[in-house]
Design a protein around this ligand. Sequence first.
Ligand SMILES: *Cc1c(COP(=O)(O)O)cnc(C)c1O
Length: 392
Amino acid sequence: MTFEEIKTLDEQYVMHSYGRFPVALDHGKGATLWDTEGKEYIDFTAGIGVCSLGYADEGWQKAVAEQAAKLAHVSNLFYTEPYARAAQKLCTRTGLSNVMFANSGAEANEAMIKLARKYSFDRYGKGRGTILTLRNSFHGRTVTTLAATGQDKFHNYFFPFTEGFRYADANSLSSLEEVAGHDVCAVMMELVQGEGGVLPLEEAYVQAVADLCQKRDWLLLVDEVQTGVGRTGTLFAFQQYGIRPDAVSFAKGIAGGLPFGGVMAGEKCREVFTPGTHGSTFGGNPISAAAACYVLDRIDQDLMDQVKEKGAYLRQKLEELELPCLGPTRGLGLMIGAEVRGERTNQELAAALVSRGLLVLTAGPDLRFLPPLVITREEMDKGLAILKATLS
Ligand SMILES: *Cc1c(COP(=O)(O)O)cnc(C)c1O
């Protein structure tokens, strides 16, 4: 089908919940994509941080195809090897000790919220179900994770929202203490805020929050849906912050392009979910789990070193361009943002870049770059040349 044919069908039959770019993507290799008309794009998005190994990775294809040929799905009332192996890999590489799988970031966060509330209920009974989150955060699109998201613009239309969330300013311990209370069971945060505009939290602040959580028996919940799976230069971002969270959610990049996610927790939470208290029909799907095993095996020290180097290279080159429409870069590893300045909005800049062959994301007031972790120097240079030609 041509782009125009696809667009006509989509506009007639699909709910208009996305403002799409005028491009129909068809196939990819590495960090390069082609549309239905054969035009090439350099990808600084990886979906939205999903295609960690880029497109059409051969080992990933093999892992997925072999599992698809063997067993695509079975209910969670039975054991499967991919589920157990993926859980083992996550635990042995993070020091956490037990995992439950889901299918998306919002669902992973729902599980993490339920885990914290039941942990507290089991110990203290009712009335201690409030979770503190940060302003400018993003935790998902379900009714509960929208409530957890600390941005007013997400608290519209879908009333009533789930109760039991209060918001504190990022990087301010006193703000957190102000909204604290006897009804709190947990603090939930992204270590680098993603959708709200790329904003890394300060290490000293995060460690102080961890201490406070310990003191009050609040669970420290870290949403690593975007920062996880090598994106920031370590398998999970918390491993760079000198903390040990009670629970960590993940999704996006974990299965290299298939829907997958979950929550992993420390020993404290091992007995919180008991049979019947939480579940998911598709969660832990064998094909996605096999893909996750492959992705986790590929994210070794060497790839993590490369992510740090590539992130530093991209940021340095971006700053050297001295584009009048972009402020200084922020970020960690290959999670990079730059504030948009001047007359054109970040949406307008993104549209201009896409039309010239570079896919980028927006976040808050920023342009945001989340390239596949395997992007090559040559692909980065091509993308930077498009940035320069389009935005100078
Ligand atoms: C994307 C994102 C989510 C939501 O993930 P979905 O898979 O879209 O439900 C939650 N938290 C963070 C930090 C995210 O970046």
